[in-house]
Design a protein around this ligand. Structure first.
Ligand code: HSE
Length: 439
């Protein structure tokens, strides 16, 4: 059996997870693929840093260059995180013609276009399965399993921390801040948690999925992002009464008018979204991730699993290592390049033009004429009201007024809300959230 040597850069949580996974399942991998992967060296930041799985001292060093340039190293893993050193490592290995496997979503989303061009020019593949939704094989599914489909919609629950927080708010009626503090105390959420709860982590993942699905590189700046900080138990309760749950949802949706064209226009956003309780995505709870993909041939598909964690991430890295080793063995180079640009003039729809239904929660003074004034502003903006709830039994000076709006561009809804916020009967900033029927 042919053996390929692995040079690992990064031996922390993910790196040591991959090392461990190769120890426990390396034989199985070899039996299945007919190639053996042997760890030759692991470059780490500090030899004595704590790591969840032990790596023998004899394998470790602190000089990544000596590992990448070692002529006996055939495949390189970049598992250091960040984007600066990670990019240097990746380019250095690719230039030597060595396949690189990374788990780094920030790297791919920031420098993907350049790195994939380098991979093509160097004739060495860049694998990145673990960069999106950890253990869920969504990159391979989009690139290979669904290669014959036009992808019309992708809806992703791509951040486990946010999903955990929203699940507990839903179950317990708890406040966002309380659940976040507990999640941090249990080590589920990072400190500071901004990357997760403000939606940036999801943005990286959704941008990569959008680029893959539509064949042009979607830049982070083109993706509308809202986080979950402002969601309250009141919003969750009303959404529930209306038959919805609130999820932080990555949305990639192609405009119908561009369906058959090589110049797709796509909506790409990450925002708290009301989805029907009856949809399978609504049942994705706690730290789990899920990606719902609709293809023109296959119809609806749903991928579910752990989006983070050392073992789940190692599962994705091992899959990439198997591909890299098989390509070396067969001399096939990269059968399908890591990213294929196939849309001639794809474009992301500016957020203001993105059409969807909306949930609105207003805090208003309960007096004659309030509803009429709100309705009149919406009417002037040509925004239709689908339903209205003003619950009984509220005490105090103000009451919640919940509106479900028909399809309207986000920009028109925002302008109308700015006008509504200025009414003297409106006592707090209007809360608006996207609604997706997922049909
Ligand atoms: N922090 C992420 C999450 C995992 O909570 O899902 C890494 O992308």
């Amino acid at each position: 059996m042919q053996t390929f040597n692995l040079g690992m850069i990064g031996g922390g949580t993910v790196g040591s997870g991959v090392f461990h996974a190769l120890q426990v399942n390396g034989d199985l991998l070899a039996a299945r693929t007919g190639v053996n992967i042997k760890v030759r060296k692991v470059a780490v930041k500090a030899l004595d840093e704590p790591r969840p799985y032990e790596i023998p001292a004899s394998l470790m060093c602190t000089d990544w260059k000596s590992v990448v340039h070692d002529p006996e190293v055939h495949i390189v893993t970049e598992l250091v995180g960040g984007t600066t050193l990670a990019k240097d490592i990746t380019l250095a290995a690719l230039k030597l013609g060595k396949p690189v496997v990374t788990a780094n979503k920030a790297l791919i989303s920031k420098h993907g276009k350049e790195l994939f061009a380098a991979a093509r020019d160097c004739g060495a593949p860049l694998h990145y399965e673990a960069s999106v939704c950890g253990g869920i094989p969504i990159i391979k599914s989009l690139r290979e399993g669904l290669v014959g489909n036009r992808i019309t919609q992708v809806y992703a629950i791509a951040n486990g921390t946010c999903n955990y927080i929203l699940t507990r708010m839903q179950r317990e009626g708890a406040e966002f801040k309380t659940v976040l503090a507990e999640a941090q105390a249990h080590g589920y959420a990072e400190t500071p948690p901004d990357l997760d709860i403000d939606g940036w982590d999801s943005q990286h993942k959704v941008g990569i999925l959008a680029s893959l699905a539509h064949g042009f590189w979607v830049r982070d700046e083109e993706i509308h992002v809202e986080g979950i900080r402002d969601i309250t138990p009141v919003d969750i309760r009303f959404a529930d009464q209306l038959g919805y749950v609130i999820k932080l949802l990555g949305i990639i949706a192609q405009d119908d008018s561009t369906r058959d064209s090589s110049s797709p226009r796509i909506q790409v956003s990450v925002c708290p979204t009301l989805i029907p309780k009856s949809h399978p995505l609504a049942g994705v709870s706690d730290v789990f991730n899920a990606v719902f993909v609709r293809g023109d041939l296959v119809g609806d598909t749903l991928f579910y699993g752990r989006g983070a964690g050392k073992d789940a991430t190692a599962s994705a890295v091992l899959s990439d290592l198997a591909d890299a080793a098989l390509d070396l063995k067969m001399g096939t180079g990269h059968r399908l390049p890591p990213f294929v640009s196939f849309a001639r003039e794809g474009a992301v729809v500016p957020h203001g033009e993105a059409v969807s239904e909306h949930f609105v929660r207003l805090t208003v003074v309960d007096k004659p004429g309030t509803l009429a004034r709100v309705a009149s502003i919406l009417g002037e903006a040509s925004i239709g009201i689908r339903s209205v709830i003003q619950p009984e039994g509220h005490e105090g000076d103000s009451v919640p007024l919940i509106l479900m709006l028909h399809d309207a561009p986000a920009g028109a809804v925002k302008s109308a809300m700015d006008r509504i916020a200025g009414l003297d009967v409106v006592k707090a900033r209007p809360v608006t959230m996207r609604v997706e029927s997922l049909e």
